[in-house]
Design a protein around this ligand. Structure first.
Ligand code: GLN
Length: 205
């Protein structure tokens, strides 16, 4: 059976995620469609969704205005797997606050039971790459690309910490919801996209 994986195409790293997800589907030998999605109608047909990195306030406001935020909420409530990358993880969090300007009034999906700090590692010029590991999902080494990245300062009891860097939590999983502070689509390594596509495929069966 074919799976439909959507990439939320409102703002941010859309094409890079389409490419990485297509490679992941092919490498896994699965039958799958990878589609950019914007409208509630497009989102309603999905088996899994990636919310890419970009600017979370923009993604939040535009998806609120076109009602896709509401549709994404409904789908996640029904168990659809979702991968939130950087701004995407911010969107999935229950509370987000900027390291410098504090709490902002931005629309969030409010699923991940985490306390999130935006721009936790500094500004654009403080972007960096570092080797990280996600042992609990069998990814021992991964090249983490951090761009104005958030970090997680606290997690609720239902949240599994997948990775830390310099004592900061940078990847989490809560049921079928995964959040990463770094950008897996900006490396050649498809391990994390493959992990997610597998989750989509097994959740559907
Ligand atoms: N700092 C951005 C935000 O708050 C996220 C950066 C990113 O997605 N690379 O939305």
């Amino acid at each position: 059976m074919s799976i439909n994986v959507g990439i939320l195409a409102i703002q941010g790293d859309v094409q890079e995620n389409i490419d990485a997800t297509k490679r992941a589907v092919t490498e896994l030998g699965l039958d799958g469609n990878v589609i950019p999605v914007k409208t509630p109608e497009e989102i309603s047909n999905l088996d899994g969704l990636i919310i890419p990195g970009g600017e979370s306030t923009t993604i939040g406001h535009l998806s609120l205005v076109n009602s896709s935020l509401k549709k994404i909420k409904e789908k996640i409530e029904k168990g659809m797997p979702v991968l939130g990358i950087c701004a995407g993880m911010i969107m999935l969090s229950k509370t987000a606050s900027d390291r410098i300007i504090g709490k902002t009034d931005q629309p969030l999906l409010e699923f991940l039971d985490i306390k999130l700090e935006r721009n936790s590692f500094g500004r654009q010029r403080d972007s960096f790459q570092a080797d990280i590991s996600m042992d609990s999902i069998d990814i021992p080494v991964f090249n983490g690309v951090f761009i104005r990245a958030p970090s997680v300062s606290d997690v609720g009891s239902g949240v599994q910490v997948l990775s830390k860097f310099n004592d900061k939590i940078i990847a989490v999983k809560q049921g079928n919801i995964i959040g990463t502070a770094f950008h897996p689509e900006l490396t050649q390594d498809t391990s994390l996209h493959k992990y997610f596509v597998n989750l989509v495929s097994t959740s559907r069966n």
